[in-house]
Design a protein around this ligand. Structure first.
Ligand code: CO8
Length: 258
């Protein structure tokens, strides 16, 4: 397996784990983290033996944002010339379902990274926010766009304009978090959920994720057309035949991911 310096990467059964590992900087996201997380996620995505990916951090911090010390001296032209953080687009584009297991701070780019995932499981200690306004900038990894889609304009505007953090319960009520669990159970709950997802057939997982993504980006009418085509296409897969036969025969399906 590739050697990484800022993350720990492990495959357990059909689940790929990516653990952010810059404890000295509360997992702040620098360019190397962006490249490594993306490379690891893309490698898992290309592997038929992986049906779900979990991204997590430490107890204290999922990620406290983009690395302020790395960005501080940059100019606008540096940002454009290097496409600083362009790698995250490839991370957000993986077909495999991704769970963010968030404990502690998920701020700025950390909150934005969680929002690039499909499911956000939060420890009751999690704190979400977009504090970039305190630094004289604004969210730059999708925060102004994805947060509104997750929690609506007015709540997103309050958080982005004030820089206020919200706790896990508030984030769940607002619709940012899929589920809150006790901090001590976070990794077990993430494991159970990831294993459940990874036990399904890959073609239907990919199709479901693509349809969900489409819903974020298009009109209802266009989204329904996309869904209808994706649904029909699955009837050419072995997993659809197996899934429906297993139902009829009252047994568990044995998906081959084809
Ligand atoms: N970047 C760099 N270093 C950080 C960051 C960060 N985002 N967050 C924490 N650290 C470092 C601290 O500097 C400190 O290092 P040192 O010991 O060397 O001084 C270490 O981590 C521990 O941090 P603290 O001592 O501050 O820990 P506390 O428990 O006192 O506070 C907080 C925790 C509240 C999380 C605090 O660290 C904090 O406010 N961090 C910054 C949060 C923030 O502003 N995040 C937004 C960053 S900007 C951003 O994310 C933009 C994203 C879009 C980029 C798009 C580019 C194209």
């Amino acid at each position: 397996m590739t050697e990484y310096e800022t993350i720990l990467v492990e495959q357990r059964g059909r689940v790929g784990w990516i653990t952010l590992n810059r404890p000295q900087a509360l997992n702040a996201l620098n360019g190397q983290v962006a490249d490594e997380v993306t490379a690891a996620a893309v490698a898992f995505d290309e592997d038929d033996g992986v049906g779900a990916i979990v991204v997590t951090g430490s107890e204290k911090a999922f990620a406290a944002g983009a690395d302020i010390k790395e960005m501080e001296g940059m100019s606008a032209s540096d940002m454009f010339a290097t496409d600083h953080f362009g790698a995250w687009n490839d991370f957000a584009g993986v077909r495999t379902p991704v769970i963010a297991a968030v404990s502690g701070f998920a701020l700025g780019g950390g909150c934005e990274l969680a929002m690039m995932c499909d499911i956000i499981l939060a420890a009751d200690t999690a704190k979400f926010g977009q504090p970039e306004i305190n630094l004289g900038v604004i969210p730059g990894m999708g925060g102004t766009q994805r947060l509104i889609r997750a929690i609506g304009y007015y709540k997103a505007a309050e958080l982005i304009l004030s820089g206020r953090m919200m706790g896990a319960e508030e984030a769940e009520r607002a619709g940012l978090v899929s589920r809150v669990v006790p901090a001590s159970d976070l990794l077990d709950e993430a494991t159970k959920l990831a294993e459940t997802i990874a036990s399904k057939g890959l073609p239907s997982l990919y199709a479901a994720k693509a349809s969900l993504d489409t819903a974020m980006e298009t009109t209802l009418a266009a989204g329904l057309i996309h869904e209808k085509k994706a649904f029909a296409a699955l009837f050419d897969t072995e997993d659809q035949k197996e899934g429906m036969a297993a139902f009829r025969e009252k047994r568990e399906p044995n998906f081959t991911h084809r």
